[in-house]
Design a binder for this molecule. Structure first.
Ligand code: SF4
Length: 421
């Protein structure tokens, strides 16, 4: 779990954000600690533009210690002596953010080197996160930094907006020195976006052989300064839930799984993963969530524009039905439930005897929280369907997932009778 504690910054680094408010109120940070403390090995990552500048850092360390929570503090290494003393006293794990060389002045480099060597001397656990903002550049300058911390872990993080074609050049330029670091006992983790398809065959073989780990896209659970939560820092625009709504981290994970289930299982036809064998044999979960989400939003936008164009009025009824259907399906995937309901209601008006339309409308009603109307539509779909049990099985699944077990079991009896006919 990560908490974004501040926008304050020491330098213009490429992963800086401008969120509101500038600093997370301590009460919000404490809410996050309270949720994190129930984990088996409670840990919290303090992230932001320059988390070391958070004015309540000392109080936050004290609150975490009270709850036995281990803090991971991200920092560029640019910090005042008072913050450094705080670190030496509280000993959080340091996650050292490393950027391209051009972002540092000569003075910056000297300050970072001095701070980092004092932190290492104090035997504070340190890992390095290399931020790749230009995939065509060479990052081998990082070797010296990584080697200055014995046996450290290097996490390479890409921006998940990147296109796969733009990641391959990074692999070509940087793979050799990355793998070589394994021989000097460093752990290498390639964060999401390093799917098997960005490696040449021999590179992938070497990565597997030497234990270079790749991570799939998974929820980082980021609490923003205003107390809302996001899946990760790239999805900060899709935050509609408040941390205070949840009683445990598991509940938040469940929330994200539900929220992004549709978009995560859906891969637009344009996606390179559509018929990928690697995905079929479960060696890759496919492209990161943000890309799927963006692709689905773009597809919906194209469809909307097409339907708004003056020529569209002359389209034949079959095309019109299909376009509305696609628009409803996309809206459902993107959790725009009111739009999905509107589309499938129009489909129902156009084809009242089509069981698939009633089924989709039922799903849209259900997701929009209109459960009675949803049940009516599942039943209409069942009456019109050549396999009447199928729509009811989906209703059964949803009732049981929702905890309505008495009604779910009664429905199951109904389904069994239908299946015997
Ligand atoms: S599933 Fe997609 S991301 Fe993964 S290897 Fe295949 S094409 Fe690449």
């Amino acid at each position: 779990m990560e908490i974004y504690i501040t926008n304050r910054k020491r330098n213009d680094f490429p992963d800086n954000n401008d969120l509101s408010p500038e600093d997370m109120p301590l009460s919000v940070a404490i809410n996050a600690l309270e949720l994190a403390q129930d984990a088996k090995h409670p840990t919290i990552s303090l992230v932001g533009n320059e988390p070391a500048l958070y004015p309540d850092l000392e109080k936050l360390f004290a609150q975490a210690a009270k709850r036995n929570i281990r803090c991971i503090l991200e920092t560029s290494g640019l910090m005042s002596d008072s913050v450094k003393n705080l670190i030496l006293e509280h000993k959080p794990i340091i996650c050292w953010k490393l950027y391209r060389e051009k972002f540092y002045s000569k003075e910056d480099k000297l300050e970072i080197q001095k701070n980092i060597s004092e932190i290492i001397q104090a035997e504070i656990e340190t890992s390095i996160r290399l931020y790749v903002d230009d995939t065509y550049d060479d990052y081998s300058f990082a070797i010296n930094f990584v080697n200055s911390i014995q046996g450290s872990m290097l996490i390479v993080r890409l921006n998940c907006y990147e296109h796969f074609d733009d990641i391959r050049p990074f692999m070509h330029k940087n793979f050799e020195w990355l793998v070589n670091l394994r021989f000097s006992n460093h752990n290498i983790i390639l964060d999401c976006m390093f799917a098997p398809c960005v490696f040449e065959h021999d590179m992938l073989g070497a990565a597997y052989r030497y234990g270079v780990r790749t991570l799939e896209c998974n929820p980082k659970i980021l609490t923003l300064p205003d107390g809302t939560i996001a899946y990760c820092r790239h999805l900060t625009n899709h935050n509609d839930a408040k941390l205070a709504q949840f009683k445990s981290v598991n509940e938040i994970i469940k929330y994200f799984n539900n929220k992004y289930f549709n978009v995560n299982t859906m891969l637009p036809n344009t996606s390179p993963c559509y018929d990928c064998i690697t995905r079929a044999i479960q060696r890759c979960g496919g492209i990161p969530l943000l890309k799927k989400y963006t692709e689905a939003e773009a597809a919906l936008d194209i469809l909307k524009k097409k339907m708004e164009s003056p020529d569209y009025q002359d389209s034949d009824p079959e095309t019109h039905f299909k376009d509305i259907w696609n628009m409803g399906s996309m809206s459902l995937v993107l959790n725009k439930y009111a739009d999905a309901v509107e589309c499938f209601e129009e489909n129902r008006r156009l084809m009242p005897e089509n069981p698939e339309v009633h089924f989709k409308l039922a799903c849209a009603y259900w997701d929009a929280g209109r459960r009675n109307e949803a049940e009516d539509e599942f039943r209409k779909a069942s009456r019109l369907h050549e396999n009447p049990a199928d729509p009811l099985l989906e209703l059964y699944r949803r009732l049981s997932e929702n905890g309505n077990m008495i009604r779910a079991r009664m429905l199951l009896e109904e389904i069994k009778k239908l299946q015997k006919k």
